[in-house]
Design a protein around this ligand. Sequence first.
Ligand code: NAD
Length: 247
Amino acid sequence: MNFKGKVVLVTGSSRGIGRSIAVKFAKEGASVVINYRSNENEAKAITEIISSYSDCMCIQADVSKEKDVKRMIDTIIERYGHLDILVNNAGIAIDNDFKDRHVKDWQETLNTNLIGVFLTSKYAGKYMLQNQYGKIINISSTNGIDTIYPYSIDYDASKAGLINMTKNLAIEFAPVINVNAVAPGWVDTGMNDDLSKSYLKSEMERTLLKRFAEPEEIANVVLFLASDMARYIDGETIRVDGGLKVG
Ligand code: NAD
């Protein structure tokens, strides 16, 4: 795959899946924009690594805040004149018992996982339409498809909402911008650090391949969706879950 000349924004890319997606795009020749909310050190470290072999810049922005998103997109357009690929990767999960779950948790989760995607897509989409080229890839989750996790009730609803939003954005931006989603199962990242070892082991057992995905295995599918090979795929969500079984 060759992304030379393309400008890619990956939200929440200082670590985890986002970082892996950013590295992979850079290795394929793209100019990559790293976005972070608060982890400046990690964001600068990965920006420096990527800059040693490809063009890369780093922008602080909380995707749930409209003025941050607008500033981020404007900065990208000022520097490059175009934005070709947007990967909506930033996401949060607050896991706790249903009885301890509050409206504040719901709001925080929906603000990042859903409203954040709406905002970045709205502001980036405008320039993609002007330029008559664009790809948007949303990182959903199998939790948004076959939910069995009441302790992440708001996260699961946000990821189901994101699959729905992927279809609406595809319609809104047709025929210029392809909008698709990837729904990973379990991925070996810091997002799952707070979960118990025994629980993670039981989840691995439910997975046919008997292991969690490496972030790069999610990045592979994101790059495919952003490539010309996937040009006839639109409004779709692709599971990448190693055969995760429900129940
Ligand atoms: P992670 O916690 O390592 O990375 C998420 C990144 O998003 C972090 O860098 C975080 O700072 C950033 N972020 C959070 N809120 C933000 C905001 N408001 N503005 C900007 N950045 C923000 O987790 P990850 O596993 O790499 O997750 C990446 C995506 O993949 C998420 O959308 C997550 O829901 C999804 N996902 C993860 C798994 C998994 O098992 N790890 C499974 C399915 C889906």
